[in-house]
Design a protein around this ligand. Structure first.
Ligand code: ADP
Length: 494
Protein backbone atom coordinates (compact mmCIF):
# COMPACT_ATOMS: atom_id res chain seq x y z
CA UNK A 1 0.00 0.00 0.00
CA UNK A 2 1.14 3.54 -0.79
CA UNK A 3 0.60 6.44 1.60
CA UNK A 4 0.01 9.89 0.12
CA UNK A 5 0.63 12.75 2.57
CA UNK A 6 -0.52 16.20 1.48
CA UNK A 7 -2.40 19.02 3.21
CA UNK A 8 -4.24 19.78 -0.02
CA UNK A 9 -7.21 17.41 -0.57
CA UNK A 10 -7.27 18.19 -4.32
CA UNK A 11 -3.67 17.05 -4.70
CA UNK A 12 -4.45 13.92 -2.71
CA UNK A 13 -7.51 13.24 -4.83
CA UNK A 14 -5.72 13.54 -8.20
CA UNK A 15 -2.72 11.48 -7.05
CA UNK A 16 -4.96 8.82 -5.49
CA UNK A 17 -6.95 8.48 -8.74
CA UNK A 18 -3.75 8.26 -10.77
CA UNK A 19 -2.29 5.48 -8.59
CA UNK A 20 -5.52 3.55 -8.23
CA UNK A 21 -5.92 3.61 -12.02
CA UNK A 22 -2.68 1.60 -12.09
CA UNK A 23 -4.05 -0.85 -9.51
CA UNK A 24 -2.08 0.40 -6.51
CA UNK A 25 -3.75 0.38 -3.12
CA UNK A 26 -3.65 3.81 -1.60
CA UNK A 27 -4.03 5.35 1.86
CA UNK A 28 -3.98 9.07 2.58
CA UNK A 29 -3.07 11.54 5.34
CA UNK A 30 -3.68 15.29 5.36
CA UNK A 31 -0.99 16.25 7.84
CA UNK A 32 2.42 15.16 9.03
CA UNK A 33 0.98 14.14 12.41
CA UNK A 34 -1.73 11.98 10.86
CA UNK A 35 0.86 10.43 8.54
CA UNK A 36 3.14 9.47 11.44
CA UNK A 37 0.27 7.84 13.34
CA UNK A 38 -0.65 5.77 10.31
CA UNK A 39 2.95 4.85 9.51
CA UNK A 40 3.39 3.44 13.00
CA UNK A 41 0.22 1.45 12.73
CA UNK A 42 0.39 0.07 9.17
CA UNK A 43 3.03 -1.09 6.74
CA UNK A 44 3.53 0.97 3.61
CA UNK A 45 5.52 0.07 0.53
CA UNK A 46 6.08 3.75 -0.35
CA UNK A 47 5.26 7.17 1.04
CA UNK A 48 4.61 10.11 -1.24
CA UNK A 49 5.24 13.12 0.95
CA UNK A 50 4.38 16.72 0.29
CA UNK A 51 7.19 18.88 1.56
CA UNK A 52 5.19 21.99 2.36
CA UNK A 53 2.62 21.35 5.00
CA UNK A 54 1.58 23.54 7.98
CA UNK A 55 2.82 22.52 11.47
CA UNK A 56 5.06 19.61 10.54
CA UNK A 57 6.62 19.83 7.09
CA UNK A 58 7.57 16.87 4.89
CA UNK A 59 11.24 16.89 5.94
CA UNK A 60 10.30 16.69 9.59
CA UNK A 61 7.96 13.80 8.88
CA UNK A 62 10.77 12.06 6.95
CA UNK A 63 13.22 12.56 9.82
CA UNK A 64 10.73 11.01 12.20
CA UNK A 65 10.17 8.07 9.87
CA UNK A 66 13.92 7.49 9.64
CA UNK A 67 14.01 7.40 13.45
CA UNK A 68 11.69 4.41 13.80
CA UNK A 69 13.28 1.05 13.16
CA UNK A 70 10.02 -0.27 11.76
CA UNK A 71 9.82 2.41 9.08
CA UNK A 72 13.36 3.59 8.52
CA UNK A 73 13.71 1.72 5.26
CA UNK A 74 10.38 2.77 3.75
CA UNK A 75 11.11 4.69 0.55
CA UNK A 76 9.83 8.26 0.30
CA UNK A 77 9.17 10.44 -2.71
CA UNK A 78 9.05 14.09 -1.79
CA UNK A 79 6.68 16.35 -3.72
CA UNK A 80 7.28 20.07 -3.75
CA UNK A 81 6.33 23.14 -5.75
CA UNK A 82 9.31 24.99 -4.41
CA UNK A 83 12.63 23.96 -2.85
CA UNK A 84 13.91 22.69 -6.15
CA UNK A 85 17.38 23.93 -5.51
CA UNK A 86 20.09 21.47 -4.59
CA UNK A 87 20.15 22.30 -0.89
CA UNK A 88 16.57 21.30 -0.40
CA UNK A 89 16.90 18.22 -2.48
CA UNK A 90 19.85 17.05 -0.35
CA UNK A 91 17.88 17.79 2.79
CA UNK A 92 15.24 15.48 1.50
CA UNK A 93 17.71 12.62 1.02
CA UNK A 94 19.41 13.17 4.35
CA UNK A 95 16.20 12.66 6.18
CA UNK A 96 15.67 9.16 4.75
CA UNK A 97 13.85 10.09 1.51
CA UNK A 98 14.88 8.40 -1.65
CA UNK A 99 13.59 10.57 -4.45
CA UNK A 100 12.27 13.98 -5.19
CA UNK A 101 9.58 15.13 -7.65
CA UNK A 102 8.68 18.73 -8.25
CA UNK A 103 5.23 20.11 -8.73
CA UNK A 104 3.42 20.31 -11.05
CA UNK A 105 3.79 16.57 -11.07
CA UNK A 106 4.41 14.90 -14.38
CA UNK A 107 2.20 11.77 -14.03
CA UNK A 108 4.42 9.62 -16.27
CA UNK A 109 7.59 10.44 -14.34
CA UNK A 110 5.86 9.95 -11.00
CA UNK A 111 4.44 6.59 -12.14
CA UNK A 112 7.86 5.49 -13.33
CA UNK A 113 9.36 6.26 -9.94
CA UNK A 114 6.47 4.73 -8.04
CA UNK A 115 6.73 1.52 -10.03
CA UNK A 116 10.50 1.33 -9.50
CA UNK A 117 10.16 1.82 -5.76
CA UNK A 118 7.29 -0.55 -5.55
CA UNK A 119 9.24 -3.28 -7.35
CA UNK A 120 12.18 -2.59 -5.08
CA UNK A 121 9.89 -2.87 -2.08
CA UNK A 122 8.49 -6.18 -3.32
CA UNK A 123 11.97 -7.57 -3.94
CA UNK A 124 13.19 -6.44 -0.54
CA UNK A 125 10.11 -8.00 1.01
CA UNK A 126 10.73 -11.30 -0.82
CA UNK A 127 14.37 -11.26 0.30
CA UNK A 128 13.28 -10.65 3.86
CA UNK A 129 10.86 -13.58 3.66
CA UNK A 130 13.61 -15.84 2.34
CA UNK A 131 15.97 -14.67 5.07
CA UNK A 132 13.32 -15.33 7.67
CA UNK A 133 12.65 -18.83 6.34
CA UNK A 134 16.38 -19.54 6.26
CA UNK A 135 16.83 -18.31 9.81
CA UNK A 136 13.96 -20.55 10.89
CA UNK A 137 15.48 -23.53 9.12
CA UNK A 138 18.90 -22.91 10.66
CA UNK A 139 17.28 -22.58 14.05
CA UNK A 140 15.32 -25.79 13.50
CA UNK A 141 18.45 -27.66 12.49
CA UNK A 142 20.38 -26.32 15.43
CA UNK A 143 17.59 -27.48 17.71
CA UNK A 144 17.45 -30.92 16.07
CA UNK A 145 21.21 -31.24 16.35
CA UNK A 146 21.05 -30.29 19.99
CA UNK A 147 18.33 -32.82 20.63
CA UNK A 148 20.26 -35.52 18.77
CA UNK A 149 23.40 -34.75 20.72
CA UNK A 150 21.54 -34.95 24.00
CA UNK A 151 19.92 -38.23 22.88
CA UNK A 152 23.31 -39.67 21.96
CA UNK A 153 24.77 -38.43 25.26
CA UNK A 154 21.86 -40.05 27.07
CA UNK A 155 22.41 -43.35 25.27
CA UNK A 156 26.13 -43.26 25.96
CA UNK A 157 25.59 -42.53 29.65
CA UNK A 158 23.13 -45.38 29.75
CA UNK A 159 25.59 -47.76 28.10
CA UNK A 160 28.35 -46.57 30.40
CA UNK A 161 26.24 -47.36 33.46
CA UNK A 162 25.57 -50.96 32.38
CA UNK A 163 27.37 -53.80 34.14
CA UNK A 164 27.97 -55.30 30.67
CA UNK A 165 30.42 -54.51 27.91
CA UNK A 166 28.45 -52.25 25.55
CA UNK A 167 29.04 -50.75 22.13
CA UNK A 168 27.25 -49.20 19.18
CA UNK A 169 27.96 -49.66 15.50
CA UNK A 170 26.60 -48.39 12.22
CA UNK A 171 24.96 -50.43 9.46
CA UNK A 172 28.39 -51.26 8.00
CA UNK A 173 29.65 -52.66 11.30
CA UNK A 174 31.93 -49.72 12.11
CA UNK A 175 32.06 -49.43 15.88
CA UNK A 176 31.04 -45.96 17.06
CA UNK A 177 31.00 -45.98 20.84
CA UNK A 178 32.36 -48.42 23.39
CA UNK A 179 31.90 -48.18 27.15
CA UNK A 180 34.69 -48.39 29.71
CA UNK A 181 34.33 -52.13 30.25
CA UNK A 182 35.22 -52.77 26.62
CA UNK A 183 38.84 -51.97 27.39
CA UNK A 184 39.09 -54.80 29.93
CA UNK A 185 38.75 -57.11 26.91
CA UNK A 186 40.14 -55.16 23.96
CA UNK A 187 42.78 -52.45 23.70
CA UNK A 188 41.31 -51.09 20.49
CA UNK A 189 37.84 -49.64 20.18
CA UNK A 190 37.54 -50.91 16.62
CA UNK A 191 38.53 -54.51 17.42
CA UNK A 192 36.22 -57.02 19.10
CA UNK A 193 37.61 -58.93 22.10
CA UNK A 194 39.63 -62.04 21.28
CA UNK A 195 37.36 -65.09 21.00
CA UNK A 196 38.06 -68.77 21.70
CA UNK A 197 39.47 -70.50 18.58
CA UNK A 198 36.57 -73.00 18.61
CA UNK A 199 33.88 -70.29 18.64
CA UNK A 200 32.47 -68.51 15.62
CA UNK A 201 34.21 -65.19 14.92
CA UNK A 202 32.08 -62.26 16.10
CA UNK A 203 32.69 -59.97 13.12
CA UNK A 204 31.45 -62.58 10.61
CA UNK A 205 28.35 -63.36 12.67
CA UNK A 206 27.63 -59.66 13.09
CA UNK A 207 28.00 -59.08 9.36
CA UNK A 208 25.28 -61.68 8.72
CA UNK A 209 22.95 -59.85 11.08
CA UNK A 210 23.73 -56.46 9.56
CA UNK A 211 22.96 -57.88 6.11
CA UNK A 212 19.69 -59.47 7.17
CA UNK A 213 18.66 -56.69 9.56
CA UNK A 214 17.93 -59.30 12.24
CA UNK A 215 19.20 -59.07 15.84
CA UNK A 216 22.20 -61.19 16.74
CA UNK A 217 22.29 -63.41 19.83
CA UNK A 218 25.19 -65.77 20.39
CA UNK A 219 27.13 -67.36 23.19
CA UNK A 220 30.82 -66.79 22.78
CA UNK A 221 33.94 -67.22 24.87
CA UNK A 222 36.11 -64.10 25.07
CA UNK A 223 39.40 -63.35 26.76
CA UNK A 224 40.16 -60.60 29.24
CA UNK A 225 43.26 -58.63 28.27
CA UNK A 226 45.26 -59.29 31.40
CA UNK A 227 43.86 -62.69 32.40
CA UNK A 228 44.49 -66.15 31.00
CA UNK A 229 41.50 -68.24 29.91
CA UNK A 230 38.19 -67.32 28.40
CA UNK A 231 34.82 -66.47 29.92
CA UNK A 232 31.41 -67.22 28.44
CA UNK A 233 29.51 -64.13 27.31
CA UNK A 234 26.09 -63.73 25.79
CA UNK A 235 26.48 -61.31 22.91
CA UNK A 236 23.33 -59.51 21.81
CA UNK A 237 23.34 -56.92 19.06
CA UNK A 238 20.09 -55.12 18.44
CA UNK A 239 19.08 -52.82 15.56
CA UNK A 240 17.73 -49.32 16.28
CA UNK A 241 15.95 -47.77 13.32
CA UNK A 242 16.98 -44.14 12.99
CA UNK A 243 16.19 -41.90 10.00
CA UNK A 244 15.42 -44.99 7.91
CA UNK A 245 18.79 -46.55 8.69
CA UNK A 246 19.68 -49.25 11.20
CA UNK A 247 22.20 -48.40 13.87
CA UNK A 248 23.08 -51.19 16.28
CA UNK A 249 23.59 -51.49 20.02
CA UNK A 250 25.47 -54.47 21.38
CA UNK A 251 26.15 -55.90 24.82
CA UNK A 252 28.26 -58.76 26.14
CA UNK A 253 26.76 -60.24 29.31
CA UNK A 254 28.92 -62.50 31.43
CA UNK A 255 27.23 -65.91 31.68
CA UNK A 256 30.29 -67.81 32.82
CA UNK A 257 28.92 -68.70 36.26
CA UNK A 258 25.65 -69.82 34.73
CA UNK A 259 27.48 -71.93 32.16
CA UNK A 260 29.62 -73.55 34.85
CA UNK A 261 26.55 -74.31 36.96
CA UNK A 262 24.82 -75.80 33.91
CA UNK A 263 27.82 -77.97 33.20
CA UNK A 264 27.99 -79.17 36.79
CA UNK A 265 24.28 -79.92 36.77
CA UNK A 266 24.62 -81.88 33.52
CA UNK A 267 27.54 -83.83 34.97
CA UNK A 268 25.61 -84.53 38.14
CA UNK A 269 22.56 -85.72 36.20
CA UNK A 270 24.74 -87.91 34.05
CA UNK A 271 26.50 -89.52 37.01
CA UNK A 272 23.34 -89.81 39.10
CA UNK A 273 21.34 -91.46 36.32
CA UNK A 274 24.14 -93.91 35.59
CA UNK A 275 24.45 -94.80 39.26
CA UNK A 276 20.68 -95.19 39.62
CA UNK A 277 20.37 -97.33 36.53
CA UNK A 278 22.49 -100.22 37.90
CA UNK A 279 20.57 -100.96 41.12
CA UNK A 280 17.31 -100.39 39.29
CA UNK A 281 18.19 -103.03 36.71
CA UNK A 282 18.78 -105.53 39.54
CA UNK A 283 15.51 -104.55 41.23
CA UNK A 284 13.72 -105.12 37.91
CA UNK A 285 15.31 -108.53 37.47
CA UNK A 286 14.50 -109.67 41.04
CA UNK A 287 10.93 -108.38 40.70
CA UNK A 288 10.53 -110.43 37.54
CA UNK A 289 11.80 -113.54 39.36
CA UNK A 290 9.45 -112.85 42.25
CA UNK A 291 6.56 -112.29 39.84
CA UNK A 292 7.23 -115.60 38.10
CA UNK A 293 7.51 -117.44 41.40
CA UNK A 294 4.24 -115.98 42.74
CA UNK A 295 2.45 -116.78 39.48
CA UNK A 296 3.59 -120.41 39.84
CA UNK A 297 2.19 -120.46 43.38
CA UNK A 298 -1.24 -119.45 42.02
CA UNK A 299 -3.35 -116.31 42.44
CA UNK A 300 -2.45 -114.43 45.57
CA UNK A 301 -2.59 -110.86 46.88
CA UNK A 302 1.20 -110.61 46.85
CA UNK A 303 1.24 -111.10 43.07
CA UNK A 304 -0.87 -107.92 42.68
CA UNK A 305 1.49 -105.96 44.91
CA UNK A 306 4.43 -107.19 42.92
CA UNK A 307 2.70 -106.01 39.72
CA UNK A 308 2.24 -102.57 41.20
CA UNK A 309 5.87 -102.47 42.25
CA UNK A 310 6.82 -103.45 38.69
CA UNK A 311 4.67 -100.58 37.28
CA UNK A 312 6.41 -98.10 39.55
CA UNK A 313 9.83 -99.55 38.74
CA UNK A 314 8.96 -99.15 35.04
CA UNK A 315 8.11 -95.47 35.61
CA UNK A 316 11.34 -94.97 37.50
CA UNK A 317 13.19 -96.72 34.72
CA UNK A 318 11.75 -94.48 32.03
CA UNK A 319 12.59 -91.36 34.09
CA UNK A 320 16.17 -92.50 34.45
CA UNK A 321 16.35 -93.42 30.77
CA UNK A 322 15.19 -89.89 29.91
CA UNK A 323 17.84 -88.41 32.19
CA UNK A 324 20.48 -90.58 30.57
CA UNK A 325 19.28 -89.51 27.11
CA UNK A 326 19.48 -85.92 28.22
CA UNK A 327 23.09 -86.22 29.26
CA UNK A 328 23.85 -88.05 26.00
CA UNK A 329 22.31 -85.12 24.05
CA UNK A 330 24.34 -82.64 26.11
CA UNK A 331 27.50 -84.56 25.24
CA UNK A 332 26.47 -84.93 21.59
CA UNK A 333 26.31 -88.70 22.06
CA UNK A 334 22.65 -89.52 21.52
CA UNK A 335 23.15 -92.62 19.39
CA UNK A 336 20.97 -92.71 16.27
CA UNK A 337 21.22 -95.92 14.26
CA UNK A 338 19.46 -95.45 10.99
CA UNK A 339 18.30 -98.22 8.73
CA UNK A 340 15.31 -98.90 6.49
CA UNK A 341 12.31 -100.20 8.42
CA UNK A 342 8.54 -100.60 8.17
CA UNK A 343 6.87 -97.54 9.63
CA UNK A 344 3.62 -99.44 10.17
CA UNK A 345 5.44 -101.95 12.39
CA UNK A 346 6.98 -99.13 14.43
CA UNK A 347 3.61 -97.37 14.93
CA UNK A 348 1.88 -100.63 15.84
CA UNK A 349 4.60 -101.51 18.37
CA UNK A 350 4.18 -98.12 20.05
CA UNK A 351 0.40 -98.47 20.06
CA UNK A 352 0.62 -102.01 21.50
CA UNK A 353 2.91 -101.00 24.31
CA UNK A 354 0.56 -98.15 25.25
CA UNK A 355 -2.54 -100.34 25.00
CA UNK A 356 -0.92 -102.89 27.33
CA UNK A 357 -0.11 -100.34 29.96
CA UNK A 358 -3.20 -98.09 29.80
CA UNK A 359 -6.73 -99.09 30.62
CA UNK A 360 -8.63 -99.06 27.30
CA UNK A 361 -12.03 -99.19 28.96
CA UNK A 362 -11.39 -95.67 30.22
CA UNK A 363 -9.74 -94.14 27.17
CA UNK A 364 -9.55 -95.83 23.78
CA UNK A 365 -6.71 -95.58 21.34
CA UNK A 366 -7.86 -95.20 17.72
CA UNK A 367 -5.83 -95.31 14.55
CA UNK A 368 -6.40 -93.32 11.35
CA UNK A 369 -4.65 -93.45 7.98
CA UNK A 370 -2.98 -96.23 6.06
CA UNK A 371 0.78 -96.55 5.91
CA UNK A 372 0.98 -100.28 5.33
CA UNK A 373 3.99 -101.23 3.25
CA UNK A 374 5.65 -97.84 3.78
CA UNK A 375 9.38 -98.15 4.33
CA UNK A 376 11.31 -95.28 5.89
CA UNK A 377 14.92 -94.63 6.80
CA UNK A 378 15.66 -93.83 10.41
CA UNK A 379 16.18 -95.14 13.92
CA UNK A 380 13.14 -97.31 14.57
CA UNK A 381 13.64 -97.51 18.33
CA UNK A 382 14.17 -93.77 18.74
CA UNK A 383 11.14 -92.88 16.56
CA UNK A 384 9.03 -95.35 18.54
CA UNK A 385 10.28 -93.58 21.66
CA UNK A 386 8.92 -90.29 20.25
CA UNK A 387 5.53 -91.77 19.47
CA UNK A 388 5.32 -93.49 22.87
CA UNK A 389 6.20 -90.17 24.49
CA UNK A 390 3.41 -88.36 22.60
CA UNK A 391 0.96 -91.11 23.56
CA UNK A 392 2.03 -91.25 27.20
CA UNK A 393 1.57 -87.48 27.41
CA UNK A 394 -1.84 -87.75 25.75
CA UNK A 395 -2.96 -90.32 28.35
CA UNK A 396 -1.51 -88.15 31.10
CA UNK A 397 -2.82 -84.72 30.03
CA UNK A 398 -6.15 -85.92 28.60
CA UNK A 399 -7.05 -88.35 31.39
CA UNK A 400 -10.82 -88.60 31.79
CA UNK A 401 -11.57 -88.04 28.08
CA UNK A 402 -12.79 -90.81 25.80
CA UNK A 403 -10.17 -91.32 23.14
CA UNK A 404 -6.76 -90.65 21.70
CA UNK A 405 -6.12 -90.82 17.96
CA UNK A 406 -2.95 -91.80 16.14
CA UNK A 407 -3.11 -90.36 12.63
CA UNK A 408 -0.61 -91.40 9.94
CA UNK A 409 -0.47 -89.53 6.64
CA UNK A 410 1.81 -89.69 3.67
CA UNK A 411 2.31 -86.18 2.26
CA UNK A 412 4.38 -85.18 -0.80
CA UNK A 413 7.82 -86.30 0.23
CA UNK A 414 7.38 -86.91 3.92
CA UNK A 415 5.22 -88.84 6.32
CA UNK A 416 3.37 -87.19 9.20
CA UNK A 417 2.47 -89.01 12.41
CA UNK A 418 0.11 -87.15 14.74
CA UNK A 419 -1.26 -87.90 18.18
CA UNK A 420 -4.55 -86.12 18.79
CA UNK A 421 -6.03 -85.82 22.26
CA UNK A 422 -8.97 -83.92 23.72
CA UNK A 423 -7.52 -83.03 27.10
CA UNK A 424 -6.40 -79.89 28.89
CA UNK A 425 -4.49 -78.50 25.90
CA UNK A 426 -1.78 -75.86 26.07
CA UNK A 427 -2.25 -72.07 26.05
CA UNK A 428 -1.19 -70.70 22.64
CA UNK A 429 1.40 -68.41 24.18
CA UNK A 430 3.27 -71.45 25.59
CA UNK A 431 3.27 -73.57 22.45
CA UNK A 432 6.68 -72.48 21.23
CA UNK A 433 8.29 -73.47 24.53
CA UNK A 434 7.06 -77.00 25.18
CA UNK A 435 9.99 -78.53 23.30
CA UNK A 436 12.52 -76.68 25.47
CA UNK A 437 14.64 -78.51 28.03
CA UNK A 438 12.92 -78.74 31.45
CA UNK A 439 9.94 -76.72 30.25
CA UNK A 440 6.58 -77.53 31.83
CA UNK A 441 3.42 -75.50 31.34
CA UNK A 442 3.19 -73.54 34.57
CA UNK A 443 -0.60 -73.57 34.90
CA UNK A 444 -0.73 -77.38 34.99
CA UNK A 445 2.67 -78.38 36.35
CA UNK A 446 1.37 -78.95 39.89
CA UNK A 447 -1.36 -81.34 38.78
CA UNK A 448 0.91 -83.69 36.81
CA UNK A 449 4.22 -85.35 37.55
CA UNK A 450 7.05 -84.96 35.11
CA UNK A 451 10.48 -83.52 34.47
CA UNK A 452 9.79 -81.58 31.28
CA UNK A 453 12.46 -83.37 29.27
CA UNK A 454 10.48 -85.91 27.22
CA UNK A 455 9.52 -83.50 24.42
CA UNK A 456 13.01 -82.01 24.38
CA UNK A 457 14.46 -85.47 23.73
CA UNK A 458 11.78 -86.06 21.06
CA UNK A 459 12.72 -82.83 19.30
CA UNK A 460 16.40 -83.82 19.30
CA UNK A 461 15.56 -87.26 17.87
CA UNK A 462 13.40 -85.74 15.10
CA UNK A 463 16.03 -83.10 14.41
CA UNK A 464 18.58 -85.82 13.78
CA UNK A 465 16.14 -87.28 11.23
CA UNK A 466 15.89 -83.92 9.40
CA UNK A 467 12.18 -83.93 10.27
CA UNK A 468 9.88 -81.43 11.94
CA UNK A 469 8.15 -81.64 15.29
CA UNK A 470 5.32 -79.38 16.41
CA UNK A 471 2.14 -79.00 18.40
CA UNK A 472 -1.20 -77.39 17.64
CA UNK A 473 -3.31 -76.63 20.67
CA UNK A 474 -5.12 -74.10 22.78
CA UNK A 475 -6.07 -74.18 26.45
CA UNK A 476 -8.88 -76.63 27.17
CA UNK A 477 -9.16 -77.72 23.54
CA UNK A 478 -6.91 -80.79 23.46
CA UNK A 479 -3.58 -81.03 21.68
CA UNK A 480 -2.22 -82.43 18.43
CA UNK A 481 1.46 -83.32 18.63
CA UNK A 482 3.03 -84.43 15.39
CA UNK A 483 6.32 -85.19 13.76
CA UNK A 484 7.32 -85.60 10.16
CA UNK A 485 10.23 -87.44 8.62
CA UNK A 486 11.39 -87.23 5.02
CA UNK A 487 10.59 -90.18 2.77
CA UNK A 488 13.71 -90.16 0.64
CA UNK A 489 15.46 -93.47 1.27
CA UNK A 490 19.22 -93.63 0.82
CA UNK A 491 19.98 -94.76 -2.74
CA UNK A 492 21.56 -98.06 -1.65
CA UNK A 493 18.46 -98.95 0.43
CA UNK A 494 15.82 -98.58 -2.30
P1 ADP B 1 6.59 -83.81 31.21
O1 ADP B 1 5.31 -84.36 30.68
O2 ADP B 1 7.45 -84.83 31.86
O3 ADP B 1 6.40 -82.59 32.04
P2 ADP B 1 7.29 -83.27 28.44
O4 ADP B 1 8.57 -82.74 27.89
O5 ADP B 1 6.80 -84.55 27.89
O6 ADP B 1 7.50 -83.30 29.99
O7 ADP B 1 6.20 -82.16 28.22
C1 ADP B 1 6.48 -80.82 28.50
C2 ADP B 1 5.23 -80.06 28.91
O8 ADP B 1 4.35 -79.95 27.79
C3 ADP B 1 4.41 -80.78 29.94
O9 ADP B 1 4.87 -80.46 31.25
C4 ADP B 1 3.01 -80.25 29.72
O10 ADP B 1 2.87 -79.02 30.36
C5 ADP B 1 3.00 -80.02 28.21
N1 ADP B 1 2.35 -81.13 27.47
C6 ADP B 1 2.95 -82.15 26.84
N2 ADP B 1 2.03 -82.94 26.22
C7 ADP B 1 0.83 -82.39 26.47
C8 ADP B 1 -0.53 -82.74 26.09
N3 ADP B 1 -0.80 -83.79 25.35
N4 ADP B 1 -1.51 -81.91 26.53
C9 ADP B 1 -1.24 -80.83 27.28
N5 ADP B 1 0.00 -80.46 27.66
C10 ADP B 1 1.02 -81.23 27.27
Amino acid sequence: MILIVDDNPDNIYSLQKLLESKNFKVDTAQSGEEALKKILKYNYALIILDVQMPNMDGFEVAENIAGFSKTKETPIIFLSAVNTDKRFITKGYDSGGLDYVTKPVDPDILMLKVKTFYRLYEQTQALKDIQLALEKEVEGRKQAQKELRSKVDYLHTLLESLPQIAFTCDHRGNIGFVNGRWFQFSDNEQAFPQTHPDDKPIAAELQESLDSGKPLEMEVRVKKRDEPGYSYQLLRVWPILENGENNWVGTFTNIDAQKKAEKEKDEFLSIASHELKTPLTSIKAYMQLLDRKLKLDGDCAEAKYVNRVQDQVEKLNSLITDLLDLSKIDNGKLGINKKVFSLERMVQNAVDSIVQTHDQSKMELHRQGDISGLMVYGDEIRLEQVLVNFLTNAYKYAAGTEKVIVDCRVMDDFVKISVIDFGIGIPESKLSEVFNKFYRVEETSFDFQGLGIGLYICSEIIRSHQGTIAVESSAGKGATFYFTIPLNLPTDAK
